[in-house]
Write a protein that binds this ligand. Structure first.
Ligand code: NDP
Length: 333
């Protein structure tokens, strides 16, 4: 049994791990089997994370966070959580490999997932010209005309990035006033490979085996039109990843995990949440990292209130799994 298990490997999870590890809580961090590192793994330059005046690539930032967490004793497991039991004083977390880990506290930092348009064509042509990750797939669109759907910072950033490969990028936005920050808008406006199409929603993606166009509907006139493109990137936001805790933790009307005030305390004693999974508003790497700090400090305080016998049990079983022969020898002496 552990004192603490952290689920999620974005800035919130790793920051919580750095704090918990430095507090000698020997955290186990479940990092996911395919998406370790969280959303920043899909980002190029991160220019707004303090301490990196020249900017840093998203994946490099995440590698540094993991390295820092491991340096202080965090054990990182690359697997998915299959199920959780968060009730009672001892929580259990079952992984895809069938192993079940127990802990006295859990920090839930599972972030958010790409939002989808909800079209059948989107699923049908996923990986055949439909993508949610410019960094991962941009290279495949060399010399093509493509579309980017969305009007936020992600859409601006990714459209700009995609002009490294594509000859032309249409940004298709459902409104008439972009949501993106001014600096990101200006960068996209200044790029002569980018053209904006406003007041338009995607009602269809065409192509038999690969994307060859979009069916757009003008939200003012109601008219439908066809836009010829060889690929479409979707950057319309993210939804909190809460499917594992449905019916176990209270959620907010936004779909995020409900926490008490400015703390990370969820509706279940001993369970804390941090990062995008509790934040419908700010969703920045730095706010997620700060939120991970709050969760680690809350968990540390919670653990200090538990009966000594329970804590000793956790510490002993951690030591046993780290060096079984040593503990057996110590106990028998
Ligand atoms: P946002 O939620 O900010 O923007 C989503 C965009 O997609 C909005 O323009 C929205 O339209 C549109 N949209 C949502 N649903 C649909 C739909 N079903 N069909 C069509 N369009 C839709 O998400 P982002 O991912 O852009 O950004 C998330 C956060 O991350 C923000 O806080 C942002 O500032 C930050 N970020 C920062 C970056 C940086 O600083 N380097 C880079 C990327 C992100 P509408 O405007 O009409 O609601």
């Amino acid at each position: 049994m552990r004192q603490i298990i952290i689920i999620g490997s974005g800035p919130a999870g790793y920051t919580a791990a750095i704090y918990a590890a430095r507090a000698q809580l020997n955290p186990l961090l479940i990092a996911s089997s395919v998406e370790a590192g969280g959303e920043l793994m899909n980002t190029t330059d991160v220019e707004n994370f303090p301490g990196f005046p020249e900017g840093i690539m998203g994946p490099d930032l995440m590698m540094k966070m993991q390295e820092q967490a491991e340096k202080f004793g965090t054990e990182v497991v690359l697997d998915d959580v299959e199920s959780l039991d968060l009730t009672g004083p001892i929580k259990s977390v079952t992984l895809g490999n069938g192993e079940t880990h127990e802990a006295l506290s859990v920090i839930f930092a599972t972030g958010s997932a790409y939002r989808k348009l909800g079209l059948d064509d989107e699923e049908r042509l996923s990986g055949r010209g439909v993508s949610w990750c410019a960094t991962c797939d941009g290279f495949f669109f060399k010399g093509k005309t493509i579309a980017m759907i969305g009007g936020g910072d992600s859409a601006m950033e990714e459209a700009t990035f995609l002009t490294r490969f594509a000859d032309k990028v249409y940004v298709v936005y459902r409104g008439d006033t972009l949501r993106a920050s001014k600096i990101m808008q200006e960068r996209a406006f200044a790029n002569d490979k980018i053209e904006f199409i406003y007041n338009s929603t995607v009602v269809g993606i065409t192509g038999e085996n690969a994307v060859d166009g979009l069916t757009l509907k003008n939200s003012v006139s109601g008219a439908e039109s066809h836009l010829e493109v060889g690929g479409v990137f979707i950057a319309i936001g993210n939804d909190p990843r809460t499917h594992l805790v449905h019916k176990q933790l209270d959620l907010t009307p936004d779909g995020t995990i409900a926490v008490a005030g400015r703390t990370s305390k969820t509706s279940q004693t001993g369970v804390f949440a941090a990062g995008d999974v509790i934040d419908p508003t700010y969703r920045q790497a730095i706010t997620a990292a700060a939120s991970g700090t709050v969760a680690a400090l809350d968990a540390e305080h919670y653990l200090s209130t538990l009966p000594q016998a329970l804590l000793s049990q956790a510490v002993l079983s951690q030591a046993e799994s780290a060096a079984p022969s040593l503990v057996t020898a110590t106990l028998s002496n």
